[in-house]
Design a protein around this ligand. Structure first.
Ligand SMILES: N[C@@H](CCC(=O)N[C@@H](CS)C(=O)NCC(=O)O)C(=O)O
Length: 220
């Protein structure tokens, strides 16, 4: 049985990507949650992940760390699941979009850390964030115009899993996006995997100061 090691569901956007992809594509796996920023994480991650980061996927002796490598591994391991679009051109485009998400959108990621429990309307936005949002809107509109939706390439795939934390941030921070993308945002939020992850995230009680620039702890 595959095992996916993840971080806190409220905060760990990279974990969400791998988890949601597996869940939405009906890939069976066992989940192991290591709470970020705790001595337990420090102690256990050492022997689980060469990068000391989550997510990390274990498949027998095979260890795959990094969300993008996990998506590629799953695509090879489960060729019958449409993790990437079937056409070569579309697949190249989906991979480019995931790579851009993986390496870019620094302003959005830094200014608006994923925080499923919080409501932070008006926080985080600045012109750099807006540039990231404009780029996302162009990318999503182009893909949806071609596929007809509901997901970027029609059915749910790696590319939608990669943008799921962005969709979550749009909600938490009430960030501006063109109205025509509302259906896509809703399709991601309403997916059974995203609902299950968010419900679990709302039940968590951990507070991670590094991910809470707008909700200072009452205890510090
Ligand atoms: N490039 C990695 C990023 C993974 C990452 O940064 N994970 C964070 C949690 S979201 C982590 O493990 N942080 C633990 C730490 O920095 O100690 C990926 O795509 O999986």
């Amino acid at each position: 049985m595959l095992r996916l090691v993840i971080g806190n569901k409220n905060y760990s956007s990279w974990s969400l990507r791998a988890w949601l992809l597996m869940r939405q594509l009906d890939i069976e796996f066992e989940e192991r949650l290591l709470p970020l920023g705790t001595p337990q994480f420090e102690f256990e991650i050492e022997r689980l992940s060469p990068s000391r980061r989550v997510p990390v996927l274990q498949d027998g002796p095979v260890v795959v760390w990094d969300s993008l490598a996990i998506a590629e591994y799953l695509a090879e391991r489960f060729p019958e699941r449409a993790i990437w679009p079937r056409g070569t051109g579309q697949r190249a485009r989906a991979r480019s979009m995931c790579a851009e998400m993986h390496a870019g959108f620094a302003a959005l990621r830094t200014q608006c850390p994923m925080n499923i429990q919080a409501s932070l309307a008006g926080r985080g936005w600045n012109l750099e964030v807006q540039r990231d949002l404009d780029r996302l809107a162009r990318m999503w509109s182009g893909a949806l115009d071609e596929s007809g939706g509901p997901f970027l390439f029609g059915s749910f795939g790696a590319v939608d899993a990669f943008f799921a934390p962005v969709v979550s941030r749009l909600k938490t921070y009430e960030l501006p996006m063109p109205a025509r993308l509302a259906d896509y945002r809703q399709a991601v939020l309403n997916s059974s995997g995203m609902r299950a992850w968010s419900e679990a995230a709302r039940l968590e009680t951990a507070y991670l100061a590094a991910d809470e620039p707008y909700r200072p702890s009452l205890l510090t």
